[in-house]
Design a protein. Structure first.
Length: 295
């Protein structure tokens, strides 16, 4: 076989040796094996959602027999008289507010620490980065006591207020790394034209930071949508539960474990996350590629 170039030239294709073919086959089989391991949990959830509650425990096969749709009918019916859309709405509100808070607070903080010159800037940046080393579990009890004194328990405020205060140092660092790749000549040219920091940030920096913004939005949405610990601690009324907190309720309602309904609800709760990722995945790849750690 041969390859024909655009200018008409023909280059003969080199035949692969037997050892190269064996290595290629082993490599592809290894990738398929890894793919099977990664996809197995998702396939198991799909299969379990189509089984009865008893079959989920006793039947280990990935092919449901018989197939039942009662789990999805139970999931769409909601829980304790509360419709399913209410729990989706709770999750959407928390995830959306988290995304807005992260984008607003972390981008402004990153601009101040990455582009402005003021005394103590490096020390403040070091403090922000050092918070990455602090486990979140250490702050659970002090934060709960503070929100309890402020009468904010059983509201979504404790779940989103930190997003508006730039407490996620990871995203601050992500934005700063991205800003380091933007030439400072843009700032200087804007200042010569009379633009202040407000105008420079919103008219120049923010549009250029779109890949990093989309990257942080995707991660924040997924993490907030799947967050279980926060709602478990701060939300006590079932009508305020997001979807992850609702899943735990399937094991507590009237002392009966409805594994089938829980599997169906798990599958339904994954749909918005998958769709959100598929829509913005090209921006995610670009954002990671352009905002990586630079020397």
């Amino acid at each position: 076989m041969s390859i024909k170039l655009a200018d008409g030239r023909v280059i003969p294709r080199r035949e692969r040796t037997t050892s190269e073919r064996v290595r290629s086959a082993v490599w592809h089989l290894s990738l398929l094996a890894v793919l099977a391991v990664v996809l197995y949990p998702a396939v198991w959830v799909i299969a379990a959602s189509l089984k009865g509650t008893t079959d989920i425990i006793t039947d280990t096969s990935l092919i449901p027999d018989p197939v039942t749709w009662d789990n999805f009918r139970s999931a769409f019916g909601g829980l304790t008289g509360i419709p399913l859309w209410r729990f989706f709405w709770n999750s959407t509100v928390i995830a959306s507010l988290s995304v807005i808070g992260i984008v607003m607070s972390c981008s402004i903080t990153a601009y101040a620490l990455g582009r402005l010159e003021f005394p103590g800037r490096k020390a403040m940046f070091a403090v922000v980065i050092s918070t990455l080393l602090l486990p979140g579990q250490v702050m659970l009890i002090p934060q709960y006591l503070i929100f309890s004194e402020l009468n904010m328990v059983n509201t979504i405020t404790p779940l989103v207020i930190g997003k508006f205060l730039a407490l996620d140092a990871f995203f601050v660092f992500l934005y700063i790394q991205f800003l380091r790749g933007i030439p400072r000549e843009l700032d200087q040219a804007a200042k010569i034209d009379g633009a202040g920091h407000f105008r420079i940030f919103f008219s120049i920096m923010l549009p250029l930071m779109r890949p990093a913004i989309v990257t942080s939005a995707i991660f924040t949405f997924i993490w907030s949508w799947n967050d279980f610990m926060g709602p478990l601690i701060y939300l006590h009324e079932i009508d305020k539960f997001p979807l992850p907190r609702l899943l735990q309720s399937y094991n507590n309602s009237e002392g009966i474990s409805n594994y089938g309904g829980m599997m169906a609800m798990t599958l339904l709760s994954l749909v918005p996350v998958v769709l959100f990722f598929l829509v913005f995945q090209k921006f995610l790849i670009k954002g990671i590629a352009t905002s990586g750690v630079k020397g």
